[in-house]
Ligand binder design. Structure first.
Ligand SMILES: Cc1cc2nc3c(=O)[nH]c(=O)nc-3n(C[C@H](O)[C@H](O)[C@H](O)COP(=O)(O)O)c2cc1C
Length: 265
């Protein structure tokens, strides 16, 4: 099942970005995803103390609620982040949380020595934001911040929903079309991730069907030469695929199944 983490970055529990993200969560759930909701304002997360305790392991050494959120993020396929615009960037709750992800930056670029820009996205991110004013550059700062935050999670910025002219709590309710857009974005994210997962599974199946069948000629205990096909499966789930091979009568013999290998003798 597709796993998505939804991060509420506003101090308002029923503010504009929170209501938008709620809709996106609803959409993603309706499309079959499992969504974990994280309300940053309810968590105890220290700012990054810049002590680089993460230098050897890539894990932040500060023991607080960040650890739980980090585990959820690393196990996720998609991330939905909502933050209001505060002084042309994300909210303090959001920024404190992002800064703690510096440990993941250390892991990626110092420990694993990944080259900048040379990585394949594993996750997709949706960013939702709202600001009171209508300036052209309103979202420029947060967009840069969000892109580099998602980078450490090997996530690409898949879509943004950015709304101007929303100030007071409940302003968003005057724009049901924005809420519908958020619902549809959540739905689309879950569907896109599911589609991607299906493609990957098909690809892996193909690899396993063609790549790891090793024919061997061996002598059995009666001294008779027989053909043996070894189909190696790294995961039990692929054993089902191996059954398909039974239909092809490549040689005479019978199947013997062990936990991770299927032998044709
Ligand atoms: C501390 C603070 C800073 C803000 N800075 C900006 C700003 O730079 N530009 C802007 O357009 N709105 C700014 N706003 C307004 C919020 O972005 C706006 O009210 C938004 O709709 C709040 O979203 P929320 O209800 O999800 O928290 C600020 C509000 C606060 C409380």
């Amino acid at each position: 099942m597709i796993k998505i983490v939804a991060i509420y970055g506003s101090p308002r529990m029923k503010g504009n970005t929170a209501l938008l993200l709620k809709q996106a969560v609803k959409g993603a759930r309706e499309a079959g995803a499992h969504v974990e909701e994280i309300f940053l304002r309810n968590l105890k997360i220290s700012p990054c103390l810049e002590i680089y305790g993460c230098k050897t392991t890539g894990r932040c050494v500060i023991q607080d609620d960040f650890q739980k959120v980090q585990n959820l993020l690393l196990a996720s396929d998609g991330i939905m982040l909502a933050s209001p615009i505060f002084f042309y960037t994300v909210s303090a709750h959001t920024k404190i949380f992002m800064d703690r992800c510096q440990s993941l930056w250390v892991k990626k670029y110092w420990i694993d020595q990944v080259q900048f820009g040379k990585w394949e996205p594993k996750r997709k991110g949706l960013f939702i934001s709202a600001g009171a004013t209508k300036g052209k550059k309103l979202f420029e700062g947060p967009l840069l911040t969000v892109r580099f935050f998602l980078d450490v999670l090997d996530a690409e910025l898949w879509r943004t929903l950015l709304y101007r002219g929303l100030d007071f709590e409940g302003d968003i309710l005057k724009h049901p079309e924005y809420l519908t857009e958020a619902f549809e974005a959540g739905q689309a994210l879950a569907r896109t991730l599911a589609h991607q997962e299906n493609l990957m599974t098909t690809f892996l199946r193909l690899i396993f069907m063609v790549g790891v069948i090793s024919p061997l000629t061996i002598e059995n205990s009666f001294g008779i030469k027989v053909n043996r096909m070894i189909f190696s499966c790294p995961a039990k789930s692929f054993e089902r695929d191996s059954i398909l091979l039974r239909k092809s009568s490549m040689t005479e013999g019978c199947w013997i199944r062990s936990s991770r290998q299927v032998h044709w003798i």
